[in-house]
Design a binder for this molecule. Structure first.
Ligand code: ADP
Length: 395
């Protein structure tokens, strides 16, 4: 039996058809420009198919995905009956959800209540579920939350030092994101360490980036907050910043509160500081060509990660493994090296040659003397979604 994993964004839809028992991926793809014109990239049977198809709404997008999976060149199944269930990536589960759940009216109504906390993401996720229910009637849908893994954080980690009634009345607290990735990677690390009482730090470094401190398999702190803006310096997000900068920028640049938050989310981070790109590869290239601002950008990015590793090692009272994952974490040996350099005093010692090896496999890149393991673990959020969906819906 197969699970269809859907990740609905405001104008996009990522999908993957997977066998959760074997982790075999049958097909993967992306619908983009929904509501504008419509583009589909579908990968299956070792082929990549690109199509321009009109997709006025997500409904047509999901219909096209089903059609492409069952007919023509990209066909991987004979009928939709081979799909057991649909797993949805949901960005915000607030305090309602600490694990994945089967979607029903109550779940949808709770997700609607959370829209103010994730105004861009939750409406798209809800829409994905409602349309999947229409197009694949009778098939169970499961919601898998980016926030759920972090619900184990203690109050001392998730509270902000603002008046307590703002937490009680408005839900102002740290929720954290990338939870499926942090769960997957820390669980793989736990297996590699072969240790139940493990202390693991996961650095998920993609376009969006976050760090998570995981003790005995449970998240105890993470760098993203009420929204994904807090923490590390990301592709276009500033990460941690003096809140005073907001009102100062609003005044100096005559921007509204919303415009300022947008500025910090979309125009800042690697893009804003380097003035080159949000893509780290281009910044590394500029740095190699002697661009000073690019060098500063990379140093800033690495220092922020280092700061979190050290503070989380303190909170965990030691660290068995530091793990790197996602686009930058898995591929950028320069970043891993700069982040780990100077941390030998904490028992973190990278092996330069092992660090340079490129591979899709889980791997250890610390020196033989290193007290702390350093792992590169390719993340697999889709597998977690497919597996949770399978476990919750199998007869
Ligand atoms: P997303 O958060 O969009 O899923 P990814 O996990 O795909 O992001 O990560 C995207 C980031 O990974 C980009 O900044 C890209 O430059 C970076 N990246 C990918 N490959 C490399 C590489 N070989 N060297 C440096 N950075 C890389």
């Amino acid at each position: 039996m197969l699970v269809l994993v859907l990740n609905a964004g405001s104008s996009s839809l990522k999908y993957q058809l997977m066998n959760p028992e074997t982790a075999e991926v049958k097909a993967t793809g992306l619908c983009e420009r929904i509501g504008i014109d419509g583009k589909l990239v579908h990968e299956a049977n070792d082929e990549k198919i690109k199509l321009d198809v009109t997709m006025p709404t997500h409904k047509e997008a999901i219909e096209i995905v089903i059609e492409t999976l069952t007919q023509g060149e990209g066909k991987v199944i004979d009928s939709i009956e081979e799909i057991q269930a649909i797993g949805h990536r949901v960005v915000h589960g607030g305090e309602y959800f600490n694990s994945s759940v089967i979607v029903n009216d109550d779940v949808i109504s709770k997700l609607k209540k959370l829209i103010p906390l994730a105004p861009l993401h939750n409406p798209a996720n809800i829409m994905g579920m409602e349309i999947a229910q229409q197009i694949l009637p009778g098939k169970p849908n499961v919601a898998v939350f980016d926030t759920a893994f972090h619900q184990t954080m203690p109050a001392s980690s998730y509270m902000y030092a603002v008046p307590y009634e703002d937490y009680k009345n408005h839900g102002v607290r740290k929720y954290g994101f990338h939870g499926t990735s942090h769960y997957y990677v820390s669980n793989e690390a736990k297996k590699m360490l072969n240790k139940e009482d493990s202390k693991v730090i996961v650095c998920h470094l993609g376009n969006g980036s976050s760090v998570c401190a995981v003790r005995d398999g449970k998240s105890i702190d993470t760098s993203m907050g009420l929204t994904p803006l807090e923490g590390l310096i990301m592709g276009t997000r500033s990460g941690d910043i003096d809140a005073g900068v907001l009102s100062y920028l609003m005044e100096k640049k005559d921007m509204s509160a919303q415009e300022t938050v947008n500025y910090l989310n979309k125009k800042s981070g690697l893009l804003g500081v380097s003035g080159i790109s949000s893509d780290l590869r281009e910044i590394i290239e500029a740095c190699e060509n002697g661009d000073e601002r690019a060098k500063t950008t990379i140093d800033m990015k690495c220092n922020r990660i280092k700061k979190y590793i050290c503070s989380y090692a303190g909170m965990l009272e030691g660290v068995d493994a530091v793990c790197f994952t996602a686009g930058i974490g898995e591929n950028a040996d320069l970043i891993r090296e700069k982040v780990c350099s100077g941390l030998e005093f904490m028992g973190i010692e990278i092996d330069e040659d092992k660090n340079k090896v490129r591979s899709d496999e889980n791997r250890e890149i610390n020196s033989d003397n290193s007290k702390t393991k350093i792992y590169v673990i390719p993340t697999n959020e889709e597998y977690v979604i497919a597996n949770d969906t399978y476990k919750l819906t199998k007869a």
